[in-house]
Write a protein that binds this ligand. Structure first.
Ligand SMILES: Cc1cc2nc3c(=O)[nH]c(=O)nc-3n(C[C@H](O)[C@H](O)[C@H](O)COP(=O)(O)OP(=O)(O)OC[C@H]3O[C@@H](n4cnc5c(N)ncnc54)[C@H](O)[C@@H]3O)c2cc1C
Length: 400
Protein backbone atom coordinates (compact mmCIF):
# COMPACT_ATOMS: atom_id res chain seq x y z
CA UNK A 1 0.00 0.00 0.00
CA UNK A 2 1.49 3.34 -1.16
CA UNK A 3 3.37 4.47 -4.25
CA UNK A 4 5.55 7.17 -2.72
CA UNK A 5 9.33 6.78 -2.62
CA UNK A 6 9.10 4.24 0.21
CA UNK A 7 6.35 2.20 -1.47
CA UNK A 8 7.98 1.94 -4.90
CA UNK A 9 11.38 1.17 -3.37
CA UNK A 10 9.81 -1.54 -1.19
CA UNK A 11 7.95 -2.99 -4.17
CA UNK A 12 11.26 -3.12 -6.05
CA UNK A 13 13.13 -4.77 -3.17
CA UNK A 14 10.45 -7.48 -3.01
CA UNK A 15 10.06 -7.85 -6.78
CA UNK A 16 13.78 -8.36 -7.33
CA UNK A 17 13.58 -11.25 -4.84
CA UNK A 18 10.97 -12.88 -7.08
CA UNK A 19 7.86 -11.75 -5.23
CA UNK A 20 4.78 -10.93 -7.36
CA UNK A 21 3.88 -7.38 -6.29
CA UNK A 22 0.72 -5.28 -6.53
CA UNK A 23 1.00 -1.61 -5.50
CA UNK A 24 -2.21 0.18 -4.45
CA UNK A 25 -2.43 3.97 -4.23
CA UNK A 26 -5.27 6.48 -3.94
CA UNK A 27 -3.68 9.06 -6.24
CA UNK A 28 -3.79 9.16 -10.04
CA UNK A 29 0.02 9.01 -10.31
CA UNK A 30 2.84 7.55 -8.19
CA UNK A 31 4.70 9.98 -5.93
CA UNK A 32 1.88 12.51 -5.65
CA UNK A 33 1.93 13.14 -1.88
CA UNK A 34 4.98 13.76 0.38
CA UNK A 35 7.29 12.43 -2.33
CA UNK A 36 6.13 14.93 -4.94
CA UNK A 37 8.40 17.97 -4.59
CA UNK A 38 10.46 17.55 -1.43
CA UNK A 39 13.92 19.02 -0.92
CA UNK A 40 15.36 16.42 -3.34
CA UNK A 41 18.42 15.84 -1.14
CA UNK A 42 19.71 12.31 -0.68
CA UNK A 43 21.37 13.26 2.60
CA UNK A 44 22.95 9.92 3.35
CA UNK A 45 25.42 11.45 5.84
CA UNK A 46 23.08 13.98 7.48
CA UNK A 47 20.88 11.80 9.64
CA UNK A 48 20.53 14.20 12.58
CA UNK A 49 17.35 13.45 14.55
CA UNK A 50 14.74 16.13 15.24
CA UNK A 51 14.61 15.34 18.97
CA UNK A 52 17.78 16.94 20.35
CA UNK A 53 19.05 19.11 23.21
CA UNK A 54 18.94 22.03 20.73
CA UNK A 55 15.20 21.43 20.19
CA UNK A 56 14.67 21.17 23.96
CA UNK A 57 16.32 24.58 24.43
CA UNK A 58 13.86 26.18 22.05
CA UNK A 59 10.71 24.37 23.28
CA UNK A 60 9.27 27.60 24.72
CA UNK A 61 9.85 29.48 21.45
CA UNK A 62 8.22 26.66 19.45
CA UNK A 63 5.20 26.56 21.80
CA UNK A 64 4.83 30.36 21.57
CA UNK A 65 5.14 30.32 17.76
CA UNK A 66 8.31 32.42 17.98
CA UNK A 67 10.77 29.98 16.36
CA UNK A 68 11.56 30.99 12.76
CA UNK A 69 11.47 27.45 11.32
CA UNK A 70 9.40 25.14 13.56
CA UNK A 71 5.73 25.58 14.50
CA UNK A 72 3.36 23.42 16.50
CA UNK A 73 -0.36 23.37 15.82
CA UNK A 74 -2.02 23.14 19.26
CA UNK A 75 -4.15 20.04 19.81
CA UNK A 76 -5.56 18.12 22.76
CA UNK A 77 -5.73 14.93 20.70
CA UNK A 78 -4.30 12.21 23.02
CA UNK A 79 -2.40 10.59 20.12
CA UNK A 80 -0.67 13.89 19.31
CA UNK A 81 0.18 14.54 22.98
CA UNK A 82 1.53 10.99 23.34
CA UNK A 83 3.76 11.60 20.28
CA UNK A 84 5.05 14.92 21.63
CA UNK A 85 5.97 13.35 24.96
CA UNK A 86 7.89 10.64 23.13
CA UNK A 87 9.68 13.31 21.06
CA UNK A 88 10.77 15.07 24.26
CA UNK A 89 11.99 11.76 25.70
CA UNK A 90 14.14 11.38 22.57
CA UNK A 91 15.63 14.86 22.94
CA UNK A 92 18.35 14.03 25.51
CA UNK A 93 21.98 14.17 24.36
CA UNK A 94 22.30 10.38 24.57
CA UNK A 95 19.12 9.61 22.63
CA UNK A 96 19.91 12.26 20.02
CA UNK A 97 23.33 10.72 19.38
CA UNK A 98 21.97 7.14 19.31
CA UNK A 99 19.07 8.01 16.96
CA UNK A 100 21.34 10.02 14.67
CA UNK A 101 23.91 7.22 14.37
CA UNK A 102 21.15 4.65 13.79
CA UNK A 103 19.84 6.91 11.01
CA UNK A 104 23.33 7.18 9.58
CA UNK A 105 23.59 3.38 9.27
CA UNK A 106 20.32 3.37 7.32
CA UNK A 107 21.55 6.30 5.21
CA UNK A 108 24.76 4.48 4.30
CA UNK A 109 22.80 1.32 3.41
CA UNK A 110 20.46 3.45 1.29
CA UNK A 111 23.35 4.95 -0.64
CA UNK A 112 24.68 1.51 -1.52
CA UNK A 113 21.20 0.29 -2.54
CA UNK A 114 20.70 3.35 -4.73
CA UNK A 115 24.07 2.73 -6.45
CA UNK A 116 23.16 -0.94 -6.99
CA UNK A 117 19.76 0.02 -8.45
CA UNK A 118 21.39 2.37 -10.94
CA UNK A 119 24.00 -0.19 -11.91
CA UNK A 120 21.19 -2.61 -12.70
CA UNK A 121 18.73 -0.26 -14.41
CA UNK A 122 18.83 3.00 -16.34
CA UNK A 123 16.46 5.44 -14.60
CA UNK A 124 16.03 9.14 -15.37
CA UNK A 125 15.31 11.21 -12.28
CA UNK A 126 17.93 14.01 -12.36
CA UNK A 127 20.20 12.06 -10.03
CA UNK A 128 23.55 13.73 -9.36
CA UNK A 129 26.21 13.69 -6.65
CA UNK A 130 27.08 17.34 -5.99
CA UNK A 131 27.95 16.73 -2.31
CA UNK A 132 26.33 18.65 0.52
CA UNK A 133 27.35 21.60 2.69
CA UNK A 134 25.66 22.12 6.05
CA UNK A 135 26.41 25.75 6.76
CA UNK A 136 26.63 27.20 10.28
CA UNK A 137 26.42 30.79 11.48
CA UNK A 138 26.69 30.11 15.22
CA UNK A 139 30.04 28.94 16.72
CA UNK A 140 28.44 26.74 19.43
CA UNK A 141 26.35 24.89 16.81
CA UNK A 142 29.45 24.25 14.69
CA UNK A 143 31.31 22.96 17.77
CA UNK A 144 28.48 20.48 18.48
CA UNK A 145 28.52 19.44 14.81
CA UNK A 146 32.26 18.79 15.01
CA UNK A 147 31.70 16.23 17.81
CA UNK A 148 28.95 14.58 15.75
CA UNK A 149 31.21 14.40 12.68
CA UNK A 150 33.84 12.53 14.73
CA UNK A 151 31.19 10.01 15.89
CA UNK A 152 29.92 9.58 12.32
CA UNK A 153 33.43 9.14 10.92
CA UNK A 154 33.86 6.16 13.23
CA UNK A 155 30.97 4.53 11.30
CA UNK A 156 32.80 5.08 8.03
CA UNK A 157 31.19 8.22 6.66
CA UNK A 158 33.20 10.71 4.60
CA UNK A 159 32.61 14.10 6.19
CA UNK A 160 34.84 17.14 6.77
CA UNK A 161 34.50 20.28 8.90
CA UNK A 162 35.47 23.36 6.85
CA UNK A 163 36.19 26.92 7.97
CA UNK A 164 34.63 29.94 6.24
CA UNK A 165 37.29 30.47 3.51
CA UNK A 166 37.33 26.73 2.73
CA UNK A 167 33.55 26.81 2.31
CA UNK A 168 33.72 29.74 -0.13
CA UNK A 169 36.53 27.98 -2.00
CA UNK A 170 34.27 24.98 -2.50
CA UNK A 171 31.07 26.89 -3.22
CA UNK A 172 31.82 30.45 -4.45
CA UNK A 173 28.07 31.17 -4.66
CA UNK A 174 28.15 31.51 -0.84
CA UNK A 175 30.61 34.44 -1.00
CA UNK A 176 27.91 37.00 -0.18
CA UNK A 177 27.13 35.10 3.03
CA UNK A 178 30.78 34.95 4.15
CA UNK A 179 30.35 37.53 6.93
CA UNK A 180 27.84 35.35 8.77
CA UNK A 181 29.41 31.99 8.04
CA UNK A 182 31.47 30.32 10.80
CA UNK A 183 32.01 27.07 8.94
CA UNK A 184 30.34 24.04 7.43
CA UNK A 185 30.20 20.27 7.41
CA UNK A 186 30.91 18.92 3.93
CA UNK A 187 29.65 15.49 2.84
CA UNK A 188 31.02 14.78 -0.65
CA UNK A 189 29.00 11.57 -1.17
CA UNK A 190 25.57 13.12 -0.61
CA UNK A 191 23.39 13.23 -3.71
CA UNK A 192 20.24 14.79 -5.16
CA UNK A 193 17.41 13.42 -7.29
CA UNK A 194 13.84 14.24 -8.20
CA UNK A 195 11.62 12.01 -5.99
CA UNK A 196 8.50 12.34 -8.15
CA UNK A 197 10.36 11.34 -11.31
CA UNK A 198 11.91 8.47 -9.34
CA UNK A 199 8.44 7.17 -8.40
CA UNK A 200 7.27 7.39 -12.02
CA UNK A 201 10.39 5.63 -13.30
CA UNK A 202 10.18 2.91 -10.63
CA UNK A 203 6.51 2.28 -11.40
CA UNK A 204 7.42 1.86 -15.09
CA UNK A 205 10.33 -0.43 -14.21
CA UNK A 206 8.21 -2.52 -11.84
CA UNK A 207 5.59 -3.09 -14.50
CA UNK A 208 7.89 -3.61 -17.48
CA UNK A 209 10.75 -5.59 -15.94
CA UNK A 210 9.07 -7.33 -13.00
CA UNK A 211 5.46 -7.77 -14.13
CA UNK A 212 4.12 -5.82 -11.13
CA UNK A 213 0.58 -4.45 -11.05
CA UNK A 214 0.14 -0.77 -10.12
CA UNK A 215 -3.43 0.08 -9.12
CA UNK A 216 -3.86 3.85 -9.02
CA UNK A 217 -6.99 5.84 -8.04
CA UNK A 218 -7.60 3.10 -5.46
CA UNK A 219 -8.23 4.52 -2.00
CA UNK A 220 -7.80 2.13 0.92
CA UNK A 221 -10.33 2.43 3.74
CA UNK A 222 -9.23 -0.45 6.00
CA UNK A 223 -6.34 -2.90 6.34
CA UNK A 224 -5.90 -6.18 8.16
CA UNK A 225 -4.41 -9.62 8.21
CA UNK A 226 -4.71 -13.07 9.68
CA UNK A 227 -2.66 -16.25 9.52
CA UNK A 228 -3.52 -16.78 5.86
CA UNK A 229 -3.32 -13.37 4.16
CA UNK A 230 -3.02 -9.60 4.45
CA UNK A 231 -5.70 -7.43 2.85
CA UNK A 232 -6.78 -3.92 1.99
CA UNK A 233 -10.42 -2.84 1.68
CA UNK A 234 -10.65 -0.38 -1.22
CA UNK A 235 -13.19 2.20 -2.31
CA UNK A 236 -13.43 0.97 -5.90
CA UNK A 237 -12.64 -2.72 -6.18
CA UNK A 238 -13.50 -4.11 -2.77
CA UNK A 239 -11.06 -6.30 -0.89
CA UNK A 240 -7.62 -7.09 -2.33
CA UNK A 241 -5.81 -9.93 -0.54
CA UNK A 242 -2.18 -11.04 -0.70
CA UNK A 243 0.22 -13.38 1.06
CA UNK A 244 1.73 -10.29 2.66
CA UNK A 245 0.48 -6.72 3.07
CA UNK A 246 3.13 -4.02 3.46
CA UNK A 247 1.85 -0.59 4.54
CA UNK A 248 4.00 2.21 3.08
CA UNK A 249 1.36 4.93 2.99
CA UNK A 250 3.31 7.80 4.56
CA UNK A 251 1.14 9.94 6.81
CA UNK A 252 -1.92 8.18 5.32
CA UNK A 253 -0.83 5.06 7.24
CA UNK A 254 -2.04 6.63 10.50
CA UNK A 255 -5.68 6.77 9.40
CA UNK A 256 -5.93 3.11 8.38
CA UNK A 257 -3.42 1.61 10.82
CA UNK A 258 -4.81 2.72 14.18
CA UNK A 259 -5.11 -0.91 15.34
CA UNK A 260 -1.34 -1.27 14.79
CA UNK A 261 -0.53 1.82 16.85
CA UNK A 262 0.23 3.95 13.79
CA UNK A 263 -2.07 6.79 14.85
CA UNK A 264 0.15 7.72 17.78
CA UNK A 265 3.39 6.60 16.09
CA UNK A 266 3.14 9.25 13.35
CA UNK A 267 2.87 13.04 13.40
CA UNK A 268 2.41 15.09 10.21
CA UNK A 269 4.96 17.88 9.81
CA UNK A 270 4.06 20.24 7.00
CA UNK A 271 6.80 21.73 4.86
CA UNK A 272 7.06 23.84 1.72
CA UNK A 273 9.12 23.86 -1.44
CA UNK A 274 9.49 25.74 -4.68
CA UNK A 275 11.57 25.23 -7.79
CA UNK A 276 13.03 28.29 -9.50
CA UNK A 277 14.97 28.75 -12.74
CA UNK A 278 18.73 29.17 -12.19
CA UNK A 279 20.10 32.66 -11.54
CA UNK A 280 23.29 34.42 -12.66
CA UNK A 281 25.58 32.36 -10.38
CA UNK A 282 25.80 28.59 -10.65
CA UNK A 283 25.09 26.53 -7.51
CA UNK A 284 27.49 23.57 -7.56
CA UNK A 285 26.89 21.98 -4.16
CA UNK A 286 23.69 21.14 -2.30
CA UNK A 287 23.35 23.50 0.71
CA UNK A 288 21.49 23.25 4.03
CA UNK A 289 21.32 26.31 6.29
CA UNK A 290 21.24 24.69 9.72
CA UNK A 291 19.89 27.70 11.66
CA UNK A 292 16.86 28.19 9.41
CA UNK A 293 16.51 24.53 8.43
CA UNK A 294 16.22 25.27 4.70
CA UNK A 295 17.75 23.31 1.84
CA UNK A 296 18.78 24.54 -1.59
CA UNK A 297 20.01 22.25 -4.32
CA UNK A 298 20.67 22.17 -8.03
CA UNK A 299 18.06 19.84 -9.55
CA UNK A 300 17.68 19.10 -13.25
CA UNK A 301 18.67 22.58 -14.45
CA UNK A 302 16.64 24.42 -11.77
CA UNK A 303 17.04 25.19 -8.09
CA UNK A 304 14.89 23.32 -5.54
CA UNK A 305 14.37 25.08 -2.21
CA UNK A 306 12.56 23.47 0.74
CA UNK A 307 11.96 24.06 4.43
CA UNK A 308 9.46 25.00 7.18
CA UNK A 309 8.18 22.60 9.81
CA UNK A 310 4.64 22.83 11.14
CA UNK A 311 3.84 19.91 13.42
CA UNK A 312 0.28 18.67 13.63
CA UNK A 313 -1.02 20.11 10.37
CA UNK A 314 -2.85 17.70 8.04
CA UNK A 315 -3.58 20.39 5.47
CA UNK A 316 -1.50 20.67 2.29
CA UNK A 317 -2.73 24.12 1.22
CA UNK A 318 0.11 26.39 0.12
CA UNK A 319 -0.16 29.40 2.45
CA UNK A 320 1.59 32.52 1.14
CA UNK A 321 3.15 33.33 4.57
CA UNK A 322 5.50 30.32 4.90
CA UNK A 323 6.18 30.27 1.15
CA UNK A 324 7.30 33.91 1.21
CA UNK A 325 9.36 33.23 4.35
CA UNK A 326 11.09 30.37 2.51
CA UNK A 327 11.82 32.53 -0.53
CA UNK A 328 13.21 35.37 1.65
CA UNK A 329 15.37 32.96 3.70
CA UNK A 330 16.81 31.34 0.56
CA UNK A 331 17.47 34.74 -0.99
CA UNK A 332 19.46 35.83 2.07
CA UNK A 333 21.76 32.80 1.90
CA UNK A 334 22.21 32.40 -1.86
CA UNK A 335 20.79 35.53 -3.55
CA UNK A 336 22.14 34.93 -7.06
CA UNK A 337 21.71 31.20 -7.69
CA UNK A 338 18.00 31.32 -8.56
CA UNK A 339 15.53 33.66 -10.22
CA UNK A 340 13.42 34.19 -7.09
CA UNK A 341 10.84 36.20 -9.04
CA UNK A 342 9.74 32.98 -10.76
CA UNK A 343 9.01 30.44 -8.04
CA UNK A 344 5.58 29.43 -9.35
CA UNK A 345 2.78 28.43 -7.00
CA UNK A 346 5.02 26.47 -4.60
CA UNK A 347 4.15 23.15 -2.99
CA UNK A 348 3.38 21.84 0.50
CA UNK A 349 3.63 18.27 1.78
CA UNK A 350 3.40 16.32 5.04
CA UNK A 351 6.46 14.58 6.44
CA UNK A 352 5.42 11.37 8.28
CA UNK A 353 7.38 11.96 11.50
CA UNK A 354 8.24 9.36 14.13
CA UNK A 355 9.27 10.52 17.64
CA UNK A 356 12.83 9.15 17.29
CA UNK A 357 13.24 10.24 13.63
CA UNK A 358 13.73 6.61 12.58
CA UNK A 359 11.32 4.69 10.37
CA UNK A 360 9.33 1.81 11.75
CA UNK A 361 10.18 -1.29 9.69
CA UNK A 362 8.39 -4.14 11.41
CA UNK A 363 5.81 -6.85 11.32
CA UNK A 364 2.71 -5.62 13.15
CA UNK A 365 0.39 -8.62 12.69
CA UNK A 366 0.49 -11.98 10.94
CA UNK A 367 0.86 -11.20 7.21
CA UNK A 368 1.03 -7.42 7.81
CA UNK A 369 4.16 -5.30 8.06
CA UNK A 370 4.88 -1.57 7.96
CA UNK A 371 7.57 0.63 6.45
CA UNK A 372 6.53 4.04 7.74
CA UNK A 373 7.64 7.14 9.64
CA UNK A 374 10.57 8.34 7.51
CA UNK A 375 9.98 11.96 8.50
CA UNK A 376 12.41 14.54 7.14
CA UNK A 377 14.53 11.90 5.40
CA UNK A 378 12.17 9.58 3.55
CA UNK A 379 13.78 10.15 0.17
CA UNK A 380 17.20 9.51 1.69
CA UNK A 381 16.13 6.37 3.58
CA UNK A 382 13.73 4.86 1.00
CA UNK A 383 16.12 2.40 -0.65
CA UNK A 384 17.75 1.15 2.57
CA UNK A 385 14.43 0.81 4.40
CA UNK A 386 13.02 -1.12 1.46
CA UNK A 387 15.90 -3.60 1.58
CA UNK A 388 15.51 -4.06 5.34
CA UNK A 389 11.76 -4.67 4.97
CA UNK A 390 12.18 -7.09 2.08
CA UNK A 391 14.93 -9.01 3.92
CA UNK A 392 12.67 -9.34 6.97
CA UNK A 393 9.69 -10.58 4.94
CA UNK A 394 11.85 -12.91 2.82
CA UNK A 395 13.56 -14.45 5.87
CA UNK A 396 10.25 -14.99 7.65
CA UNK A 397 8.80 -16.70 4.58
CA UNK A 398 11.78 -18.96 3.98
CA UNK A 399 10.64 -22.53 3.81
CA UNK A 400 6.96 -21.57 3.46
C1 LIG B 1 8.99 20.17 2.30
C2 LIG B 1 9.62 18.80 2.40
C3 LIG B 1 10.96 18.65 2.11
C4 LIG B 1 11.56 17.40 2.22
N1 LIG B 1 12.86 17.25 1.85
C5 LIG B 1 13.44 16.03 1.90
C6 LIG B 1 14.78 15.86 1.45
O1 LIG B 1 15.42 16.78 0.93
N2 LIG B 1 15.35 14.63 1.57
C7 LIG B 1 14.66 13.57 2.13
O2 LIG B 1 15.24 12.50 2.25
N3 LIG B 1 13.37 13.70 2.50
C8 LIG B 1 12.74 14.90 2.41
N4 LIG B 1 11.45 15.05 2.82
C9 LIG B 1 10.75 13.90 3.41
C10 LIG B 1 10.22 12.96 2.35
O3 LIG B 1 9.59 13.68 1.33
C11 LIG B 1 9.23 11.98 2.99
O4 LIG B 1 9.79 11.38 4.14
C12 LIG B 1 8.90 10.86 1.99
O5 LIG B 1 8.39 11.42 0.80
C13 LIG B 1 7.89 9.89 2.58
O6 LIG B 1 7.65 8.92 1.60
P1 LIG B 1 6.49 7.88 1.76
O7 LIG B 1 6.53 7.03 0.56
O8 LIG B 1 6.54 7.27 3.12
O9 LIG B 1 5.16 8.79 1.79
P2 LIG B 1 4.35 9.43 0.56
O10 LIG B 1 5.23 9.95 -0.49
O11 LIG B 1 3.33 10.35 1.14
O12 LIG B 1 3.64 8.18 -0.08
C14 LIG B 1 2.53 7.55 0.54
C15 LIG B 1 1.63 7.06 -0.57
O13 LIG B 1 0.55 6.36 0.04
C16 LIG B 1 -0.64 6.73 -0.59
N5 LIG B 1 -1.74 6.61 0.38
C17 LIG B 1 -1.85 7.18 1.57
N6 LIG B 1 -3.01 6.85 2.15
C18 LIG B 1 -3.65 6.04 1.29
C19 LIG B 1 -4.90 5.38 1.31
N7 LIG B 1 -5.75 5.47 2.34
N8 LIG B 1 -5.25 4.63 0.25
C20 LIG B 1 -4.41 4.48 -0.81
N9 LIG B 1 -3.21 5.11 -0.90
C21 LIG B 1 -2.84 5.87 0.16
C22 LIG B 1 -0.43 8.17 -1.01
O14 LIG B 1 -1.26 8.53 -2.12
C23 LIG B 1 1.03 8.22 -1.35
O15 LIG B 1 1.29 8.03 -2.72
C24 LIG B 1 10.81 16.29 2.69
C25 LIG B 1 9.44 16.43 2.94
C26 LIG B 1 8.84 17.68 2.81
C27 LIG B 1 7.37 17.81 3.07
Amino acid sequence: MGAGVVGVATAYALARRGVAVTVVDRQAAPGSEASFANGAQLSYSYSDALGSPALLRKTAAVLLGADPAIRLRASLDPDRLHWLLKLLRNATGGRFMANTLEGLKLGLESRLSMIALQQEHSLQFDHAVPGKLLIYSEPHALAAARAMVRAKQRLGVEQHVLDGPEVIGLEPALAGYAGRLVGAVYSPQDAVGDPHRFCLEMARLLQQAYGATIRLNTGVTAVGGDGASGWVETEGVGRISADELVICAGIGSAAVGRQFGLRHALMPMKGYSFTAPPGATRLKVSVTDVARKIVLCPLGGGIRVAGWAEMGSMDTTVDPGPLNWLRAAAQQVLPNVADYSRIGAGWAGLRPMSPNSLPRIARVAPRVSVNVGHGMLGWTYAMGSAERLARMVAEENEGC
